[in-house]
Design a binder for this molecule. Sequence first.
Ligand SMILES: [Zn+2]
Ligand SMILES: [Zn+2]
Length: 293
Amino acid sequence: MSAVVRAVVVTAVPPGAAVVTSVSAAVDALDSLWNAAAPSAAPSGHATRGADLSDGVEAVAVPWLNATGDGAQPPPMLYLRSCIAGDAHAVAEVVRKPAKRCNHGDGWHVGAPSGPRIECNPWCDASPTLAARQNLQRGLRLRLQVFRKSADVGWGLRTLEFIPKGSFIMEYVGEHCSRTVAEARAGTWAETDVYLMEIGKGYRHAAFSIDALHARNVSAFANFACFPNMRKEPMLGRHWDSRLPHAAFMATRDIVAGEELTYRRDDSATTTKRRSTSRVRCMCGHHDCRLWV
Ligand SMILES: [Zn+2]
Ligand SMILES: [Zn+2]
């Protein structure tokens, strides 16, 4: 006991705390440190927070909160409003199909490719409902919060407001990379694998990946889960090349304020047969978790 108390007195008094001068005060200090280490009981003085992770890039601020008491802050990042080319040569090669307009801003685009949902674009005729269809182009409109879950899981993303089923939530934003570049990055920096999203032609034959390790928006903080409340959906806007769609997150059910936002990276990747190739463990904690993402 005395050794523990001495350790508290000598090394672990929080900055700004009163000097501990008695055994009972030292025990109190020890209690407060234990509480600080427990995520559910962090004293408010130990919480760290920020007002806007996007630093003004988004129209709606993206606050972050760490109430676990571990003092961690979100990693340094380049916050993006929309995707950039991480591999400009490859991107320039594929964007060959300029979007056409529709007549009344009603979303009926003659000649549009089948498959991905298509948003009205700046060349469409205006209508009172046009803005409502430009989810991607309007950017983040929901009040979300990046929060610290634990040292193991790291950060997560939750909503601070109710989101009705079927709503557009946000776009997955990062660097567009060809498969070759994405694989090279994952081979060099293993963490890249967690932040790569395949887009285009399905998992195996994807034309492109979005790499959100260093350049990202708020969506990179959403965790994988086996039973998620968001799904990915390809979406086209300013161009109609389906090899390079946007990746939109849509609500699969009503989501109440305070709920964490999660998605499944790949439906076929969380099965037993994918274990040999998936390098990323699922941390969703569900009792039926399939272990790999
Ligand atoms: Zn249109
Ligand atoms: Zn899981």
